[in-house]
Design a protein around this ligand. Structure first.
Ligand SMILES: Cc1cc2nc3c(=O)[nH]c(=O)nc-3n(C[C@H](O)[C@H](O)[C@H](O)COP(=O)(O)O)c2cc1C
Length: 190
């Protein structure tokens, strides 16, 4: 896939075919991409937890908030929930500030997921304390992002932004629309 096509296809996906199983080696291959990403001061303070078992996924799901603009939607229904998760942790024994390392790592994982035929969603809205307790994550680690992964069942369409409205929306067919600012709005010529 051409790089631009990979970027176009790498959308946040929130509805999946839950019966699909993601292999451990697929999750590991995504971390192998994140491992190569840029890191402030080359400190590489990120660690990763990988989950692909149904019972593990069921444990994680309640602590995540989905699509903040969809006030009526409680997130994917049973059968459309993620088949796997990657939790990005900051290792506080390496440094106590993680800069933008986890953003770069998350996008690397998302791009790799698309290439592997998966869809994902970076989730920052997390009940962190409860999740750490549930998964017995030691204090040494800070939960930075959870990345939900699965086989997509929703279509995501990029729209041109109108009236400066950044809110994504869903049409009657269930397609998810995501408005993106135009190139001419982003590049400043001072
Ligand atoms: C730092 C960050 C945090 C995000 N947190 C959440 C979240 O908590 N829940 C969610 O459903 N989506 C979350 N998203 C996904 C965004 O809503 C999504 O990137 C945005 O709507 C644009 O859609 P796109 O990724 O398809 O371009 C997050 C994305 C980023 C980059």
């Amino acid at each position: 896939m051409k790089l631009k096509d990979l970027f176009l296809k790498t959308r946040s996906c929130r509805r999946y075919d839950e019966s699909f199983h993601i292999g451990e080696e697929t999750l590991e291959s995504l971390i192998d991409l994140a491992r190569l990403a840029a890191s402030g001061g080359n400190r590489q303070p990120l660690k990763y937890l990988l989950y692909n078992a149904k019972e593990e996924c069921e444990k994680i799901f309640p602590y995540l908030a989905w699509a903040g603009y969809f006030k009526e939607w409680q997130g994917p229904v049973k059968g459309e929930r993620p088949s796997g998760y990657i939790i990005i942790l900051g290792d506080k024994s390496v440094t106590d500030t993680f800069g933008v390392d986890h953003g770069i790592a998350a996008q690397s994982i998302m791009l790799g997921a698309t290439e592997a035929g998966l869809g994902g969603c970076i989730i920052a809205s997390i009940k962190r304390d409860e999740l750490c307790e549930e998964l017995k994550i030691p204090d040494r680690y800070e939960v930075l992002f959870v990345i939900a992964l699965g086989k997509p069942v929703e279509k995501v369409i990029i729209d041109e932004i109108k009236d400066n409205d950044v809110k994504y929306w869903r049409d009657e067919q269930g397609n998810h629309h995501v408005p993106k600012r135009s190139l001419k709005d982003l590049i400043l010529r001072l």
